[in-house]
Design a binder for this molecule. Sequence first.
Ligand code: UD1
Length: 373
Amino acid sequence: MTQLKLKLDLIAGARPNFMKIGPIIKAIDQHNESNGVPKIEYRLIHTGQHYDQNMSQSFFEQLNIPHPHINLGAGSGTQAVQTAHIMTGYEKALGEWMPDICIVVGDVTSTMACSIVARKAGIKVAHVEGGIRSGDWSMPEEINRMVTDSITNYFFTTSEEANKNLVKEGHDDKQIFYVGNTMIDSLLGNLNRLQKPGFYDEKLHGDNYLVLTLHRPSNVDDHEKLSQILNLIADAAKDIQVLFPVHPRTRKMMEALPGQYKNMILVEPLPYLEFIYVVSNSIGVITDSGGITEETSVMNIPCITLRTTTERPETIRLGTNELVPDINNAPPLIQQMISGQWKQAQLIPFWEGKAAERIVQTLSQLSIDSDRK
Ligand code: UD1
């Protein structure tokens, strides 16, 4: 029998979650407006893992994401402190409401923390972007992915590789729904409303620049490593400007560095529409983010990833991404990027802007047997 009402908790905590959850909310609203059955009720829960204007609020404003129903106010801290704050906060927030499904996205601390709380309370867990694996256990995100997926009931996946990983780990095919990429839904839905940042004409000499982002602990938490990366990139780029929106984690470390990088333009983390604007007009991107490799692949912008592994191999196989495990090997690739010799992106299956619609359609067809005793 079809349920008449479906209750969801939607969890968002850190910057890369917001553009993944936004399209799901839109698709739920459309489903309800078209009198879809079951009617879907939801609460948007912001864990507060990221909390300031640049890392959180600007994304809500620019992507028209409704004000969260609840903010757990977790704030900064060590991995354990942050996890504990989110878990105790979410457990309290469950209260009387008790959703049928808790939807978590991505691989941040909030994803793992809320999935544990939900599953222990007998609530089904759906993981959007489930199944991706870097195999690198030194990344907190890999631990978050493994823990979350080990207790997930419904996997909404972005790639063939993710499907294979889940099957290999013993998950049932029937739990896995290959829907595409909600981050790409956001990208494609906003390409016609990008915003040029205020500093653009003043600080950049035309469109001949690279974009750099760095925030992975493995690249930024060690002064020497961070300094080596910045020096190599600044030297390799020569007279090409490098626009560097600096993540707060990285900024703290850079304050202690002596270096002056003449061709680097340091700015605060950019709001979504401005960040995509600068990337889409750049020669190429150097990054250690996973999400950015997806966005550059879809926009056919060359991308170098400064990491030893990626959980998104499709961005190398079909997209514009090249992995550089050793920073010493980056300069010739940066030169190649600047000279315009780069592979062309191919279409990645289902990355066409309809992932969130597929997720909501699938959710509305599930028959949910509660684990609650
Ligand atoms: C987190 C995610 C990472 C994601 C990244 C995007 C985990 C384990 N990591 O890493 O997967 O790619 O977000 O940004 O969940 N800070 C601020 N303002 C904020 C938020 C944080 O200044 O709004 C500062 C904190 O005080 C902290 C630092 O930034 O010192 C790092 O924040 P944290 O949430 O611990 O992890 P990220 O490195 O951002």
